[in-house]
Design a protein around this ligand. Structure first.
Ligand code: ADP
Length: 402
């Protein structure tokens, strides 16, 4: 099942996007609707609200006075936090149950206004942010939803900013145009990314880059760091309960600003013992996060030449997202392969001349080796020399893996 969080500021068009995704075939769970359900008379959540906020927020028929409650919490952040502390965990539990009921290969959409504020985006494979100019939102809320303008502005101010949402967005859907414009971008997202991603997850197929090296080696992209940051945060969150992970890091060429690279993010997961990966909970966490094991790859090329190969073992996984190619290298913390991944990155980050030399070598090899697999093999001899120079640098600068 593909988990997609849809969020956006109030009035941005988030519900409109979720509705369209539902029409396209997604299984949609709406956090606001769940909140309303939990506030029905007889629900333990409503009883907790009554205890904390008093009878003033309960209507004569025993249901929650939503407008009265809103007036209390939107005027006072402490009251809002108190309400969230009551409703947040209850909503999370109910949402989890509803989403678990979605069919196996489904796209499970979670329509959640506070996806960013609560940090819940890390549990989604993708976060989709609907972004609309604030003045447009105020106008739509006043004209179409009958909100008072001051109230609309106050609610907007109480939420995360566009910049905060954008920082964790895998996809930004602009909604300043017509409803038809919005429908078009949602349909394209479904067709190009959500449906193929869900199909890859269901069949255990990793997304592949083209096999022409020159098609996938590109000039440095400005979004590599942010994209990798989200991958790292999600893997760390998925694996945290297993207790076997020492750290998750962005490594490889895309982690070196200014270096041309294949548009594939490399992420290293350090584990206490490589055998930990064979534990059921660890495997399930990795697969659940959207990765597929490649059991044909068990090792990196040892350096220096002839070194003990057992220090260079790893497990390799590929991501299933057709819009973000990710390779995950699980290595034992402290092993030679683990250390070199971190050293290579830090060395190139700090040594502009080495960075340029590596880029020049990549360009030269690209001309000679048109397919990605040949190109990857052809890079190896250069790495032997690089290993020597990087280690000399580590000694000179007293570098330690961090
Ligand atoms: P949210 O769920 O983010 O609060 P909604 O999806 O309810 O926002 O949208 C807010 C209001 O704006 C709704 O009345 C909706 O029908 C309307 N709306 C959404 N997108 C557009 C658009 N592109 N043009 C005009 N109105 C829109």
């Amino acid at each position: 099942m593909l988990r997609v969080g849809v969020t956006g500021g109030i009035g941005s068009g988030k519900s409109t996007v979720s509705r369209r995704l539902g029409e396209l075939g997604a299984h949609v769970v709406d956090a606001d609707a769940v909140g309303a359900e939990l506030a029905q008379p007889g629900q333990p959540t409503l009883e907790a609200i009554r205890e904390r906020f008093g009878e003033a927020v309960i209507r004569p028929d025993g249901s929650l006075d939503r407008a009265g409650m809103a007036a209390v919490v939107f005027a006072d952040p402490d009251q809002l936090a108190a309400l969230d502390a009551i409703t947040g965990p209850a909503i999370v539990a109910r949402v989890r149950a509803l989403r678990a009921a979605a069919p196996a290969g489904a796209v499970s959409v979670y329509d959640m206004p506070l996806l960013v504020e609560r940090g819940l985006w890390v549990h989604e494979h993708l976060s989709v942010v609907v972004e609309t100019d604030e003045e447009v939102r105020v106008r739509r809320l006043v004209d179409q939803r009958g909100l008072d303008e001051t109230d609309a502005r106050r609610r907007i101010a109480s939420q995360a900013t566009d910049a905060q949402r954008r920082a964790v967005a895998d996809v930004v859907l602009p909604n300043d145009g017509t409803p038809e414009d919005l429908e078009r971008v949602v349909d394209a997202l479904w067709e190009q990314r959500l449906a193929p991603y869900a199909a890859n997850l269901a069949s255990g197929t990793r997304s592949r880059r083209p096999d022409r090296a020159s098609d996938c080696v590109v000039e440095p992209r400005v979004d590599w760091e942010a994209r990798a940051g989200r991958v790292v945060a999600r893997l760390a969150a998925a694996l945290a309960p297993t207790g076997v992970v020492t750290e998750v890091s962005h490594v490889g060429s895309t982690s070196v600003p200014g270096l041309l690279a294949k548009d594939v993010l490399d992420v290293q997961v350090g584990v206490h013992r490589l055998a930990d990966v064979d534990e059921d909970d660890v495997r399930e966490s990795l697969v659940g996060a959207g990765y597929v094991f490649n059991h044909g790859i068990h090792s990196d090329t040892p350096h220096p030449e002839g070194a003990d190969a057992s220090a260079w073992l790893k497990q390799f996984l590929g991501g299933c997202d057709p819009g973000n190619h990710v390779h995950v290298h699980v290595r034992e913390h402290g092993s030679a392969g683990w250390r070199f991944a971190l050293l290579f990155r830090d060395w190139l980050r700090h040594e502009p001349r080495e960075r340029e030399a590596y880029a020049a070598e990549k360009r030269r090899l690209l001309e000679q080796h048109p397919t990605t697999s040949d190109y990857v093999v052809a890079k190896e001899p250069w790495f032997e020399g690089a290993w020597q120079r990087a280690n000399a640098w580590a000694e000179r600068t007293d570098w330690q893996p961090r």
